[in-house]
Design a protein around this ligand. Structure first.
Ligand SMILES: Nc1ncnc2c1ncn2[C@@H]1O[C@H](COP(=O)(O)OP(=O)(O)OP(=O)(O)O)[C@@H](O)[C@H]1O
Ligand SMILES: N[C@@H](CCO)C(=O)O
Length: 293
């Protein structure tokens, strides 16, 4: 039996739409076994069939390597909620490719994994950190494979993660983002992306907060998250330095470098928003892992 573990990811990190992402300490585990028929367990019933994203990625990877598809049993055990902006779809895509490689004796490099997973997901900002760990800035040069710049995130930083009970589907959240922006907005974003990555590396909260002022997506997407304003106010008055929408939402992520502040804030959030799940996360440095059981 093969077990693949893939971390959740926070894409965009506010300022870096479709460009930045960070792996965090919340995980999905997937086991794969050859079987007589396809069986998928451990996920909502609606996904227990051939349209399951893990299985689709498994089949797609086999086709990529010219291999015949074959039946498998897949069991999913996940801490990553579906359609909440924590990269649940990327965990499925990465696991499917790694499962296909492991069961057919293929060796895939992390670089190859990023390329195949990006082709399935459509953008690399979740899959790249899910595979490589840490924070990653990724882009795809014309006609080439994705390039990934990996940034080690300061171990001091804590990411207070608030997961509302409602879903926001990425496809819907992409529709509210303007397709064109003025040059001044492009310039606004560029320096701040550099500021944010440097701030994460240095654990420089002031720099992170100064850089986290997105004008591409957050002003439009906040309306899709009914609790955005109230949670933001609670986080910023409760000691966090800044907050962003994780991926396309609905999860919100606040940042501090003080473990006591993180705990106080988590308790306050649980009191005020009992219907939300909250976690104090750190950056995952390892990315996707495989074990032979
Ligand atoms: N455990 C699972 N089993 C099968 N499919 C899943 C599972 N988890 C997620 N998915 C697939 O991923 C889709 C959700 O992807 P979506 O991109 O909307 O959200 P996300 O990946 O959780 O968040 P984001 O991309 O904003 O970080 C689901 O509709 C489903 O197709
Ligand atoms: N960059 C993507 C991440 C969600 O998959 C978005 O914000 O739409």
């Amino acid at each position: 039996m093969i077990r693949i573990t893939v971390p959740a990811t926070s894409a965009n990190l506010g300022i870096g739409y479709d460009t930045l992402g960070m792996a965090v300490s919340l995980y999905s585990h997937f086991t794969f076994n050859r079987a007589e028929t396809l069986t998928i367990t451990g996920c909502p019933e609606q996904f227990q069939n051939e349209d399951n994203l893990v299985y689709e990625s498994f089949v797609n990877a086999l086709a990529e390597w010219g291999e015949e598809t074959f039946p498998v049993s897949i069991d999913i055990s996940t801490e990553v909620p579906v359609a909440r902006g924590l990269g649940s779809s990327s965990t499925c895509v990465v696991a499917g490719i790694m499962g296909a490689a492991a069961l057919t004796g293929h060796t895939v490099t992390r670089e190859e994994l990023v390329a195949i997973a990006t082709a399935v997901e459509g953008h690399p900002d979740n899959v790249a950190p899910a595979i490589l760990g840490a924070a990653v800035c990724s882009f795809t040069p014309e006609g080439e494979l994705p390039r990934c710049l990996r940034y080690e995130v300061s171990k001091r930083l804590r990411f207070i993660t608030i997961i509302p009970p409602y879903e926001v589907h990425t496809s819907d959240a992409r529709k509210v983002v303007p397709q064109e922006v003025p040059l001044s907005t492009a310039v606004w974003q560029m320096g701040r992306i550099a500021g944010l990555t440097r701030g994460l590396e240095m654990g420089d909260l002031d720099l992170i907060a100064a850089s986290n002022d997105d004008r591409l997506q957050e002003p439009y997407r906040r309306a899709l998250i009914p609790d955005y304003d109230a949670i933001r106010e609670t986080c910023l008055t409760g000691g966090a330095k800044t907050m962003w929408i994780s991926g396309s939402g609905s999860t919100l992520m606040a940042v501090t470098d003080d473990t006591i502040v993180a705990k106080f804030l988590q308790v306050r959030l649980r009191e005020r928003f009992p219907e939300c799940e909250t976690h104090i996360l750190t950056c995952d440095t390892e990315g996707a892992q495989i074990e032979y059981l």
